[in-house]
Write a protein that binds this ligand. Structure first.
Ligand SMILES: [Zn+2]
Length: 270
């Protein structure tokens, strides 16, 4: 039997065996957008897919990784060359349809793994649709610490060098991760610190703590370089430590996710 942890590398008879095994099906969801003059526009895709695949390699009985959905909610980045924008409703439908396909074959637990901050409401709504239409367990989360640092802890807080505001986008976190994962794509000589995002009470734009306000501006209104953060202090060592911690926590997280029971609905009208 194939040991592949990639959903699309199995044959259909192998898929039938995989369905009997019931791993969690991971659906990485990224985007193509500017990440400053020093990082490639596939940064979110590289980070989220690398975390999913390495977690699955370490726990192959617990997960199967679908091909990445590489485009996300990005209209607000279209002032920067190269960004790819897909309509909001189309994205919800696309992500939900992909996840629903897995449930139609009998997989009971599907996890949308989001790598791009602005995808969060899309991922959430898609997961909700999957639950309502299939009855399967489908949820959304992010292992990218620029979105939610939970799975990168305690490494993230212990080793970060930038001040609050230094992580948000193409900053210390994403640059460190790329220096570890794809150093060939990082041009550190072009890295600039730019923190043009507003810092106001109740509005956190470092993502190390939740913000009261949910709001996203046109990117070109707050950043000239595409960076909102401080990539200049990023190191490959920090990236390696972050990746290791995140992958280990991701394995633990998915093992918990797999234990969510499928309980029967009840009609309480009568
Ligand atoms: Zn990013």
């Amino acid at each position: 039997m194939s040991a592949s942890i990639r959903y699309d590398e199995l044959t259909w008879p192998e898929m039938r065996q995989a369905i009997a095994r019931q791993p969690a099906v991971l659906l990485p969801f990224g985007t193509v957008e500017d990440h400053g003059p020093h990082l490639p526009i596939n940064t979110d895709n590289v980070i989220v897919e690398s975390i999913c695949l390495e977690a699955a390699r370490r726990a192959p009985d617990d997960m199967l990784v679908m091909p990445l959905v590489p485009y996300g909610l990005d209209e607000h980045h279209m002032d920067f060359p190269g960004a790819v924008s897909v309509d909001m409703q189309t994205l919800i439908d696309l992500v939900a349809d992909v996840a629903l396909s897995a449930t139609r074959h009998g997989f009971t637990h599907v996890l949308i793994v989001n790598g791009h901050g602005s995808n969060a409401p899309i991922a959430d709504l898609a997961a909700r649709r999957v639950v309502l239409e299939s009855g399967a367990i489908c949820g959304a989360m992010s292992p990218n610490a620029a979105i939610d640092p939970t799975l990168a802890e305690p490494t993230f807080s212990a080793l970060r060098r930038s001040a609050p505001g230094g992580v948000a986008h193409a900053g210390e976190y994403e640059t460190a991760m790329m220096l570890h994962l794809r150093p060939d794509l990082v041009q550190m000589d072009k890295a600039v610190r730019e923190e043009g995002q507003l810092t106001l009470p109740y509005f956190n734009w470092d993502h190390a703590a939740p913000s009261v306000l949910s709001w996203q501006d046109w990117w070109s209104r707050m950043s000239e370089s595409g960076v909102c953060g401080d990539p200049t202090v990023a190191t490959a060592e920090f990236g390696r430590a972050l990746f290791e911690t995140t992958v280990e926590n991701m394995v633990r997280f998915v093992r918990v996710f797999r234990t969510i029971p499928l309980r029967p609905r009840r009609d309480l009208h009568t």
